[in-house]
Write a protein that binds this ligand. Sequence first.
Ligand SMILES: Nc1ncnc2c1ncn2[C@@H]1O[C@H](COP(=O)(O)OP(=O)(O)OP(=O)(O)O)[C@@H](O)[C@H]1O
Ligand SMILES: [Mg+2]
Length: 234
Amino acid sequence: MLKTVKLRAGYGKVMILQGVDFHIGKKEIISIIGRNGVGKSTLMKTLIGEVPVSSGSIEFAGKDCTKLKAYERAQLGMGYIPQGHGVFPLLTVEENLLVGQCINGNKQTTKKHMELVYDYFPRLKERRTQRAGTMSGGERAMLSIARILIGEPSLILFDEPSEGVQPNIVELIGEIILKINADLGVTILLVEQNIGLVQQVSEKAYVIDKGLIAHELDKAMINDNETTKRLLAV
Ligand SMILES: Nc1ncnc2c1ncn2[C@@H]1O[C@H](COP(=O)(O)OP(=O)(O)OP(=O)(O)O)[C@@H](O)[C@H]1O
Ligand SMILES: [Mg+2]
């Protein structure tokens, strides 16, 4: 589904990713963990096309998309939810969802799509005329997920959906991620510092350090708190 080979990228002359190699199979849920500032968000931005690739390659859905623009990757089915949720604060819930429809080509918003996301998130239906900027962190996180679902992605890149969200809603986000994966067959790449959420959803995790994939963890290693604590310790 997604594969990077010796991926190098950064800002100006400063290389943050130093040769990242990893892959995700179709319908897998994989997490990327690592300390603050190691380049997790840079990796996500490079995958979606916000940060240009310096060398190496990105393959998505059988296509080399190393040089494609962000909107072209979105049209191929790559959905991206940035750190901090990235909703438009002055737009209402419903308007934010309509923006989501534009991301994936020019498909008309169908009633079916709206019903699907309102079925996933009844809270958003109740608040559909409320401006996103006045909502709680948890509600904004739900809206960011709903907006991406409207564009029918085959892969979702989640950058720290738990940020600014209270624990019971983090668990709900985990349930939603599992449901999206099981019901809709969406492949998930999750960047997280919240190990509880990583343990709740992922089959495999990569630890990123110094711009490289330093470790690959299976389910048992992810669930071993001593291992994750040691790998994430400063
Ligand atoms: N636009 C930018 N211009 C220059 N440097 C940047 C830019 N964005 C990020 N960086 C730097 O790149 C490095 C990696 O940042 P990045 O945001 O990818 O880390 P992260 O692992 O997502 O951190 P966090 O856990 O805090 O979200 C940091 O040193 C950061 O200061
Ligand atoms: Mg980040």
